[in-house]
Design a protein around this ligand. Structure first.
Ligand SMILES: Nc1ncnc2c1ncn2[C@@H]1O[C@H](COP(=O)(O)OP(=O)(O)O)[C@@H](O)[C@H]1O
Ligand SMILES: [Mg+2]
Length: 267
């Protein structure tokens, strides 16, 4: 059943005098991809950070699965069903694909945010020991979640590869697998196609289409081919403000958007 899984109501984030996100509202529906586009500095990453509570709101309200989650911690929101990926990759390069996904799966149980460096420094002093520690501490349920996430992300054949040695595209797939490992219902993806070649981008688009029916998705993306292939809804931000929102066709026809953004190369 299609329904709104997550909403932002008039959310604002000020950094000093700068309103990086200014009075933005958005509804994320299960089965729909809501793309957010706009030039660099428009506030897209800040918007995802606000939804995931990685940054506190200045004002406004966020709901997830019918609950007001304003002021909740990122860990609690993650356990409630939100998964996010970052514009800069968040994987732990010395570990295998499988270990990365397993740790992410486990993070849901341990009430710890996924922070590999902190975990690594506090737990172990080298990667071999780390692998043993991961094997020893991952619950059966977390392992099952990791298995499903790896399969869903199409990384079954790369599970024993060291994350630092796989291609950039595969690293982004790994990021998605790690996000899926907590079994989120809502996905916030910040530029998942960044830096990808054509073939890698096509694979990622296929993966996102596969995830679409069962998830609500916010997709920040500069690749306009991907955006117009994937998005059911499109929000255009400039200087923290929403200048247009609607179906991709409606937004494409909007003269203000063409002047501000679509007419130029997206950077
Ligand atoms: N932690 C921060 N402190 C101060 N200013 C910030 C911070 N994060 C982002 N900004 C500013 O907020 C604006 C929006 O940034 P961002 O959300 O990263 O834009 P986008 O993702 O659309 O490129 C930019 O002007 C940026 O410099
Ligand atoms: Mg950004």
């Amino acid at each position: 059943m299609n329904e709104v899984l997550m909403s932002a109501h008039k959310i604002t984030k000020r950094f000093g005098g700068l309103a990086a996100v200014n009075d933005v509202s958005v509804d994320l529906w299960r089965g729909r991809i809501h793309a957010v586009i706009g030039p660099n500095g428009a506030g897209k990453s800040t918007l995802t950070n606000l939804l995931a509570a990685d940054l506190p709101l200045t004002s406004g309200q966020v709901t997830l699965l019918g609950q007001d989650i304003t002021g909740w911690t990122p860990e609690k929101i993650s356990r409630q069903g939100l998964g996010r990926s970052y514009q800069k990759t968040n994987i732990f390069l010395p570990f295998t694909v499988w270990e990365n996904v397993r740790l992410a799966a486990q993070s849901r149980d341990t009430q710890q945010p996924w922070n590999p460096l902190r975990w690594f420094h506090s737990t172990v002093s080298n990667a071999t020991k780390a692998t043993k520690a991961i094997n020893a501490t991952t619950s059966i349920a977390a392992q099952a979640r990791a298995e499903r996430a790896i399969a869903l992300a199409g990384l079954d054949n790369r599970r024993t590869a060291i994350a630092g040695t796989i291609s950039h595209g595969e690293q982004r797939q790994l990021e998605i697998a790690m996000t899926l490992a907590t079994e989120p219902q809502v996905l916030l993806l910040d530029e998942p196609l960044a830096g990808m070649g054509v073939a890698e981008a096509e694979r990622m688009v296929e993966l996102l289409l596969k995830l679409k029916p069962t998830h609500a998705m916010l997709l920040v993306e500069h690749d306009m081919d991907a955006v117009f292939t994937l998005a059911d809804r499109l929000t255009v931000m400039v200087n923290g403000q929403v200048i247009a929102s609607g179906t991709p066709l409606e937004v494409r026809a909007n003269a203000q958007v063409q002047a501000a953004y679509l007419g130029e190369e997206a950077h």
